[in-house]
Design a protein. Sequence first.
Length: 258
Amino acid sequence: MSTTEQDPPLRVSRRATEAGPVAVVTMDRPAARNAMSTAMLVAWLDTLDDLEGDDDVIGLVVAGSSPAFSAGADVREDLADGGRRRMELFTLLYERLALTSLPTVAVLAGAAVGGGVEVAAACDLRVAEPGAWIRFPGVRLGWPVGTARTIGLVGLGTARDWVLSSRDVGLDELVTSGFVQRSVAAGAGLDEAVAWLAMVGSRNRDTVAVLKRLFNDSSGLRDRVMFENDALRATAESGPLPPGLDVDVPRTIRPRRR
């Protein structure tokens, strides 16, 4: 395990609004730049179970403790099974966040890398503070990830640029591309996120849930998430693809419909 594994990996709090309470989930491993360990992923899924079962909660804010949103997977964690269980947890988190009926907002401050970008991209809205930036490192590390959510947010051309190059993408480009919907002053991200969720929460809740499902299905997001998750699970079974090796995605992988 990493040296900070014993620390509580998530902080969950609530912000009161006139429409109802907003849950704020903060990835809280600042010494590891909020890298996601197995313990954090388990805590994430347990937290989503609790929040989705709470009829009072009107929305979810996702944030990271300073100095980063999240550095992605914890590369220092000792993984006895080669990372297969942790990858399964990652895919479940990506799916749950993308398809939850709860309105969601990610507050980007500092770096969001790898799995951190995927968590932010799975949310309905992204608010960014000065200095926010992202990177998709999967192509360097042999993991076929970065397509499912990004295509629908910034378009195929820009998604290819970011994911295939694995370059750093700064705040100005995140805003002009449409990846970030709100650019705010330092320290103002949480208030902006809560304000948007309070506005959405004042609408008809059942209709919001139906519209979220329609957005997911009409845009093809549900199929893209399932397809990419299958690719990640298959890669976890066989080991990461060597960088630069041109191979086909396993033929057993097909989009799944529900």
